[in-house]
Ligand binder design. Sequence first.
Ligand code: GTP
Length: 356
Amino acid sequence: MEAVVLVGGQGTRLQPLTLRTPKPMLPFAGSPFLSHLITRLRAADVDHVVLATSYRPEVFHEFFGSGRDFGMRIDFVTETAPLGTGGGIRNVARRLESGPDDPVLVFNGDVLSGHDIRAQLEMHRRREAAVTLHLVEVDDARAFGCVPTDSHARVTGFIEKSDSPVTNRINAGCYVFTRKVIDLIPEGRVVSVERETFPGLLETGEMMLGYIDTSYWLDVGTPAAFAKGSADIVTGVLESPALIAPPGEALLQEDAIVHSGAVVNGGSVIGPRTKVDAGAQVTRSVIADGVHIAAGATVFNSLVGRRSKIGQRTVVANAVIGEGVSIGADNELTGGVRIWNDAEIADGAIRFSPLP
Ligand code: GTP
């Protein structure tokens, strides 16, 4: 079984952490985000993965190599200029080995899902669909394009974001394509599957199915979602074959030093060689390697890049702290703030007071 994973995006919402590392390669529950998807694919009998890369392809090569350590073959195809989701899928077609009528799995490289991949494939095969999309139900669909289906699970439209969505079912970013449908996507130009390929297939009457599944699903594109997804794997809310330790309140990686008077909880990850001093508290956060969190500091629902320092009594909440950042004592960095790589913040320089 073959799968294509789209990993060419720039991950702007997670900058500055994505300036050096593409989003799918950021540390997540103890190993790069993509390794959780790759091990899940392996467990679903996928033995050949083609990564559609564009931004910083060397980072993927270095970690995954030939794929042998993951029990599969991994190929890389790099776009010279980003081709979008459809263009990226078309661009890897020459590396696929499936026959024209075989199913090929296609994943966005930034979704975390516990859905039954085999059941989605089975529906696609049984109904001989052109494309079968995984659809999920969200509480508030206003921020997403939505995908209505009829009583036979046939997709009836792709509707852009609106204030009054006709359904709360949205595209979950995991598709089964019949191989020959991939070959029909125009070559060598930017194509969006959501805006061009799928609406085009509907217009020509191709059978597109919605596989609806209500198990765990999260798009980890924002800092808050990234921290939540990592914590959900660490605590065992979602099982991942790539989790390197039994589920628990926190994951301490090799040579992490957490003082007995510090609290680390909520599914936080403390990266290799990171030090957390007495009285510090780290909750639902992803802390990279070589970080120092000084005494009495609080880090909540945040991402902290490698080699950064959080000063004594400083509060970091709902924030992204880049790499090599030095934050002095007694600061308050909250409310979605992002601190760029190598920035230096003096003691007591920033206090956050919500507007009245
Ligand atoms: P933001 O910039 O924060 O929106 O993130 P992103 O760049 O990852 O974009 P988005 O979340 O919309 O992308 C969804 C998925 O498609 C991600 O897995 C991206 O890596 C992937 N992707 C987006 N654009 C391209 C592209 O041009 N080529 C390839 N190969 N993959 C892409």
